[in-house]
Write a protein that binds this ligand. Structure first.
Ligand SMILES: [Zn+2]
Length: 222
C-alpha cells in the first residue's frame, strides 16, 4: 500500500502506512535491553527504520507540494514557508545514505536553496546550490537555479539569525543543517521536532538513576 501511495505522490498517506508498520513492529517486541531476544532486536530495528521513513515522507510531502503545487504562488503565509524550509533541513539531516522510493533530492536541495535565500540564510542556501550543482537537474529548473546561484554570490556568507537554535542539553548554537545527522554537533543529543512544522522542540531525553524511584524523580523535576 505504501508503494502505491508513493507512486501516486500521496506522501502523507505513505507516511501513515509506515507509521502503522512501525507500531506493528513495536507491538512484536516482548523484551528490551539486555533481555531482548534476537527477534526483539530485529523488530525494534524495524520500528526505528519504519518510523524514520514515516517522518521522512511526512517532511517530503511539504517539499513536493511546495515545488509542484505552490511554487511561485504568492498567497502563502510566512509560517507555511518556514515549515517547508524546516522540512528541507530535516530531510538533509535525516536522509543519510537512504534513497527512499519517490523522493527527489533535487527538490529537497532546491527548496533548501530558494527558501534559504528568501530567509537570508545565505550560508545554508549556498550549500543547497552547491549540492544542486553536482546533481542532474531537470532542464526546466536549470536556468532558474543558475540565475539564483549567481545572485547569491553578492550575499553575505552567514545565515541571518532567527533559525539557529541551541541544543537543549549543552546549550551550544547549532548550524541550520547537519549533513551527518539530526543531532547536536557538540554533544550528539538528538534533535526533537514537531512533525507539523518541523520546528525544534525544547525537549531533552534523560533517564533517572536506577536507585531513584519514579515518584521521587517526578518530585525532583518540579
Ligand atoms: Zn548539545
Amino acid at each position: 500500500m505504501s508503494h502505491n501511495a508513493i507512486a501516486e505522490k500521496r506522501f502523507q498517506d505513505a507516511a501513515q502506512y509506515y507509521w502503522v508498520l512501525a507500531t506493528e513492529s513495536l507491538s512484536l517486541v516482548t523484551k528490551m535491553g539486555s533481555k531482548a531476544s534476537k527477534d526483539d532486536k530485529k523488530y525494534l530495528k524495524s520500528f526505528e527504520e519504519y518510523s524514520k521513513l514515516a517522518e521522512i515522507y511526512q517532511a517530503y510531502n511539504l517539499i513536493n507540494k511546495y515545488i509542484e503545487e505552490s511554487y511561485r504562488q504568492v498567497i502563502n503565509s510566512p509560517l507555511y514557508y518556514e515549515s517547508v524550509f524546516n522540512a528541507s533541513r530535516f530531510l538533509v539531516n535525516n536522509l543519510g545514505h537512504r534513497a527512499p522510493q519517490g523522493i527527489n533530492k533535487v527538490y529537497i536541495y532546491q527548496t533548501l536553496a530558494t527558501l534559504g535565500y528568501k530567509f537570508e540564510a545565505y550560508k545554508t542556501a549556498r550549500l543547497g546550490y552547491e549540492v544542486l550543482s553536482s546533481m542532474k537537474v531537470p532542464d526546466h529548473m536549470m536556468e532558474e537555479i543558475e540565475v539564483e546561484a549567481l545572485k547569491i554570490r553578492s550575499k553575505p556568507f552567514q545565515d541571518k539569525d532567527g533559525f539557529a537554535f541551541n541544543c537543549n542539553r549543552c546549550m551550544n548554537i547549532q548550524p541550520l543543517v547537519n549533513q551527518k545527522g539530526d543531532f547536536c554537533v557538540n554533544c550528539g543529543a538528538p534533535v526533537v521536532r514537531n512533525f507539523g512544522s518541523f520546528d525544534t522542540l525544547p525537549l531533552v531525553e534523560f533517564v533517572p538513576e536506577g536507585n531513584i524511584p519514579i515518584a521521587k524523580a517526578i518530585e525532583l523535576l518540579k
